[in-house]
Design a protein around this ligand. Sequence first.
Ligand code: ADP
Ligand code: MG
Length: 683
Amino acid sequence: MKNSRLNESVKAIKGIGEESAELLSEMGIHTISDLLEYVPYRYDDFQLRDLAEVKHDERVTAEGKVHSEPSLAYYGKKRSRLTVRILVGNVLVSAVFFNRPYYKNKLQINDIVTVSGKWDKHRQTINATDITFGPHKSSQDLEPVYSVKGKLTVKMMRKYVSQALKDYLEEVKEILPPGMLDEYRLMKRQSALRTVHLPADREELKQARRRFVYEEFLLFQLKMQSLRKIQREQSKGVIHSYSESLLNQYIKLLPFPLTNAQQRTVGEILNDLKSPYRMNRLLQGDVGSGKTVVASIAMYAAHLSGCQSALMVPTEILAEQHAVSLAGLFEGTGAKVELLTGSVKGKRRRELLERLEKGDIHILVGTHALIQDDVNFQKLGLVITDEQHRFGVGQRKILREKGENPDVLFMTATPIPRTLAITVFGEMDVSIIDELPAGRKKIETYWVKHELLHRILDFIEKEIKAGRQAYVICPLIEESDKLDVQNALDVHAMLFHHFQGKASVGLMHGRLPSDEKDHIMREFSSGDVDILVSTTVVEVGVNVPNASIMVIYDADRFGLSQLHQLRGRVGRGSSQSYCVLLADPKSETGKERMKIMTETNDGFVVSEKDLELRGPGDFFGRKQSGLPEFKVADMVHDYRALETARNDAQKLVESRAFWEEEQYAALREYLKNTGVLEGEKLD
Ligand code: ADP
Ligand code: MG
């Protein structure tokens, strides 16, 4: 395909000169094939429709007979309105044209005309934008509308594209093998391209679209799956060989039996550890689903095979909590756990690093402090990061390079919808813990209007008397947003006043220095503070099992996934927990979000809904999306095609036929052109 004429500049097309070529290139259209693949974003529909079925304000095209003399009214110097009565079938309607006085003489009684525009059902009037002086021509039912920039007009684009189709369509090669075209009854590439630009009707357009959806997903997934294959095969990982019986003994001595989901994911991870491939796996599980235990089993297996493990988490408090719970789990096993954070300094740090290098520490838990230059392991075989979206790619890489191709496990408590997981983490293996340990109490969630705050305060008071604690969260959209911090300050002042002599109220927000944040978090953790007013900085996995109430102010300002994450701060102990959403949402989506939160506790359901309401682009927030852009396909609506394409791609890259047979040559060529086969890595 490389030498095809399709790769020539658009200037080769009749009618496109320097200037237009420049305009096109600003839109990313350089070659003829770029132009052919520049898909319209919508179509103007000129299909004739029965007026009785057209809704108010919808676009309509109608053919009829001029019934009476048009009337022309001027207002101002250049502005005019031309009204003409037209008989459509046996219904008399009006067509109105603005600032087109010259149509008056062209409209003679009894002429047949075709008029398009917005239908005003109440006035039985078409606010016309287009007219054909004659009967409707059905070949132009659907006119492509392209998104254009600068001086380029949609008309020009239509002209260029149809010229390109005329002169170059025959050059377009099929890239999907015949077997796939047959199996899914997909339109051929040439017809599909012609159809998206010049569709005969909606049905044909649908078929063309279906073809490109599959093609886009397949190409993308081929890229991801071959990357995955290459990474597995080229990066020789550690083969962990450990004593199964010792590992099983550890699992048996855990204070509880593993859930089915935990057993399954443990199995997946252990398989990776035993294999010669380097593990590159994402472990997803809702808050409280028991990821830490699963991670501990992996670390213990690594230990039994003579390797060290590192667990990196985003905050000091989390690091401490993990270190404590791991030390508890490994008590009596001989696996030694240590903690390394920014607070470990001087002699203690020096000694710790020495022991680490000698192999006297088996499991090192910490923050960014783990990736400092002078942290050296004796033999690092397993790297785990918790809440992985908080770490940059670079940081993970530095940690990984402290060992020789260690196995890598990313843990995240932010459930990612399946469709997005397939896409964003396509080159990773994904394990999902989709089951909570038995006997967990469901967090009761209520949506309450602000005016009922006093009742919530009474409720908090009651819970505090019973020995519990409460979080009160105020919205903070951007960490530096002064107004929102003010919001937390105000709420803190109000609660401080209200609970004077009854409960202690603490305040935490992102503008506090980190040692102060730590300090207040510790006070809450130890129970010295009963009520913690905070911005969303508490979102990341802190564990205060005694807290049983989560109140979220202006809850409609948060995304669903974030609300769920916040809710996960309670319900971590044995007592019944509650989440109160204080909100008077104005928008429908705001109301919908509150409803969903009260209806489900399942993080995966919440995340699917979140994706539906927000769309893939916004799901991860503006800062980092990492999502590929598809021209035709839509990850949410076309998720079935996405799954099919993923499975097909997986099978293809594992098959010998794909790498050898002629029918796959175009697909292989695509992979080569995108740099995948040269061993480019995503991470
Ligand atoms: P996560 O990290 O996924 O939020 P944790 O690993 O911190 O969850 O586990 C949450 C709590 O559930 C911990 O107190 C842990 O001891 C407990 N837990 C984990 N697995 C089980 C299980 N299979 N049965 C009962 N309790 C469990
Ligand atoms: Mg956790």
